[in-house]
Design a protein around this ligand. Structure first.
Ligand SMILES: Nc1ncnc2c1ncn2[C@@H]1O[C@H](COP(=O)(O)OP(=O)(O)OP(=O)(O)O)[C@@H](O)[C@H]1O
Ligand SMILES: [Mg+2]
Length: 582
């Protein structure tokens, strides 16, 4: 990231440094040449001046002057005759030995006399300038030699100035470049960073606020873009979430199959309906996954016909047999694009069960009504056929007809009562009811019947026990339980009604020493028309509705009923009423 800025900066600095170095070399070279030229000219002029002096004065007279001049000029002055023999020498001034000096002079002596002068840069250390003197330059040569130390110093200074000034320029340029790079590159870098984050799906990324000046527009639009993306993705998330929640929590099982025939989605309801683990089922061909041939066949058909279908299926799941209303439809996208199939499973087992109960109920009611009606009709016909002339038979048959019609009456009354209790708006007359009171009242109804069977009927109730409920309905519960207890207890048995309370509840109990109920029958005795042993119970004159009425009434009181029984020893029915929370 920052490499973009560093790279830019690096190349900028490299380019500028290269330009400055080249410039430095060029300037250095130019200055050096200029200076060398100046020195050469000066030495040439000095040598020419000495030549003029030697032309006008004999050498012997100006020896001391020459020596002084040499010292003054910081130069070595050497005078040669025409044949190159040294006639005067002002002496050593540089690190160059006399031998070398002589060799250099020999090497620069002009081969022809016509040469007027020559400037020779012999070594780096000393400059030599040779000028002929005398009329038309025939008397000899003047050689001036100067060490280049001053030139070197100047050169060094020039380089020093160049390097320091160019270095300073470089520093200034780098600083400027850095500032510009920051100003322009930083926002670009930040924006790039954010763009990368956006690409990765992190829509919360933003370019930090700052003074971006020229790049501000870029930064702002990137931030705007990020904000839009974030809003869009949030909206989409919410939508997906809603859809997901809907699919997961809808009561019906949902199965999606993609265009290749692979299971693409199953919701929670489907999983629990068919006990299928999504990890086993997803992304596999539906025929391998679905355990029921009927479903597979339905999907096959939809694939072939491309039409929606509805079926009723009875499927076995585990040990249960369930009923489903199955609706399958092809999913066709825009432009008739085949996307797959959706199948909805509506579990109607409960509905089926209720339907069955209703059917059973109607059958039971008709059956129960038929017996007394047939009996009444039969005896009435017999009487009409002449039996009524027989006084004894007449009385006997009429007694039977009365009994049967009473039975018919209780049946109808109980049915009416039951249907009333089952009505939705069934209301109880809530009040505080003294338990002992209703227990005594209920027991009183059966005293005679108990006495006839020589059954000891006892009521044991704490005098102040209070139950919140409907007095008449509570009594009805007790009457039903007591009727059963006395009906299903043989002679000389015992029936006890008692009551009590704990911290959470008030309980009522009807205990007998009767025939008892088999364990497997207990859950069924509360069903309508259910009697344990129809043939045996028929004698009791029961209809099988008593306990179902009891159960409904107890539930209307928000209570519950429990049964403990042992065949041949007796039965205990206990009713629990929750105490209102204080
Ligand atoms: N105390 C009991 N001892 C033994 N069996 C009982 C007792 N109470 C009920 N049962 C059994 O439960 C069955 C259902 O009782 P329920 O009171 O609903 O019907 P019923 O007594 O036969 O008829 P009714 O509608 O006249 O009460 C009875 O037929 C009987 O077999
Ligand atoms: Mg009964």
């Amino acid at each position: 990231m920052s490499s973009l800025r560093s790279r830019l900066l690096f190349w900028l600095v490299a380019l500028i440094a290269a330009v400055l170095i080249a410039l430095g070399f060029l300037l250095g070279q130019l200055l050096k040449e200029f200076y060398t030229e100046t020195i050469n000219k000066r030495m040439e002029k000095e040598a020419k001046a000495l030549a003029i002096l030697l032309e006008n004065e004999p050498l012997e007279r100006i020896r001391t002057d020459l020596q002084e001049m040499g010292d003054e000029l910081s130069s070595r002055i050497t005078v040669l005759d025409r044949d190159g023999r040294v006639r005067f020498d002002s002496g050593r001034i540089a690190a160059i030995s006399d031998k070398d000096h002589a060799r250099i002079i020999r090497s620069i002596l002009p081969t022809t006399t016509s040469a007027r002068f020559s400037v020779i840069e012999k070594t780096d250390d000393v400059y030599y300038c040779l000028v002929p003197y005398g009329p038309s330059g025939q008397d000899g040569y003047v050689v001036v030699s100067t060490p280049t130390s001053s030139l070197k110093a100047v050169n060094e200074r020039i380089w020093g100035v160049l390097i320091s000034s160019l270095g300073m320029a470089l520093v200034v340029i780098i600083a400027l470049g850095w500032k510009i790079a920051n100003q322009y590159m930083r926002p670009i870098e930040e924006a790039t960073k954010v763009a990368f984050e956006l690409e990765k799906g992190n829509y919360a990324a933003r370019v930090p606020d700052g003074e971006y000046k020229e790049a501000g527009m870029l930064v702002r639009s990137i931030n705007r873009l990020a904000r839009h993306l974030q809003e869009m993705s949030r909206a989409r998330e919410i939508q997906t979430d809603r859809l997901h929640t809907l699919i997961e929590n809808v009561g019906s099982g949902l199965l999606f199959i993609d265009h290749r025939g692979h299971v693409f989605l199953i919701n929670r309801a489907f999983q629990s309906q068919f006990h299928i683990d999504p990890s086993d089922a997803l992304y596999r061909p539906y025929a391998d996954v679905l355990p029921h041939r009927d479903i597979v066949r339905l999907i096959d058909e939809i694939f072939m016909t491309e039409a929606a279908m509805r079926r009723h299926m009875r499927l076995t799941v585990g040990i249960e047999r369930k009923h489903f209303d199955v609706y399958g439809a092809p999913i066709i996208g825009k432009g008739a694009e085949w996307k797959g199939i959706v199948v909805v499973f509506h579990d109607i087992t409960e509905l089926k069960r209720l339907e069955q109960i209703r059917k059973d109920f109607v059958a039971n009611v008709s059956h129960e009504l038929k017996t007394p009606v047939t009996s009444i009709k039969g005896f009435a016909e017999t009487l009409l056929d002449g039996a009524m002339k027989d006084e004894q038979a007449l009385e006997h048959f009429l007694a039977i007809i009365l009994k049967e019609s009473e039975r018919l009456q209780t049946l109808v009354e109980e049915l009416l009562d039951l249907s009333k209790i089952e009505q939705q708006g069934f209301q109880l007359q809530w009040e505080e009811v003294n338990a002992a009171e209703i227990m005594e009242e209920a027991a009183a109804v059966f005293r005679q019947r108990a006495a006839a069977k020589r059954i000891a009927l006892q009521v044991k109730a704490p005098p102040d026990l209070v139950i919140r409920g409907d007095r008449n309905r509570l009594k009805q519960i007790l009457l039903n339980l007591l009727a059963n207890a006395i009906a299903y207890t043989p002679e000389q048995g015992q029936v006890i009604v008692d009551a009590g309370e704990t911290a959470q509840e008030v309980w009522l109990r009807v205990k007998d020493t009767g025939i008892g109920i088999e364990k497997k029958e207990i859950p069924r005795i509360f069903e309508r028309f259910y009697r344990v042993d129809k043939a045996r119970s028929r004698d009791s004159g029961g209809t099988g509705l008593g306990l179902s009425i009891v159960k409904h009434l107890v539930e209307a009181h928000h209570g519950s009923i429990t049964v403990e029984s042992e065949v041949g020893r007796g039965t205990v029915f206990t009713i629990h009423f929750p105490k209102p929370e204080r």
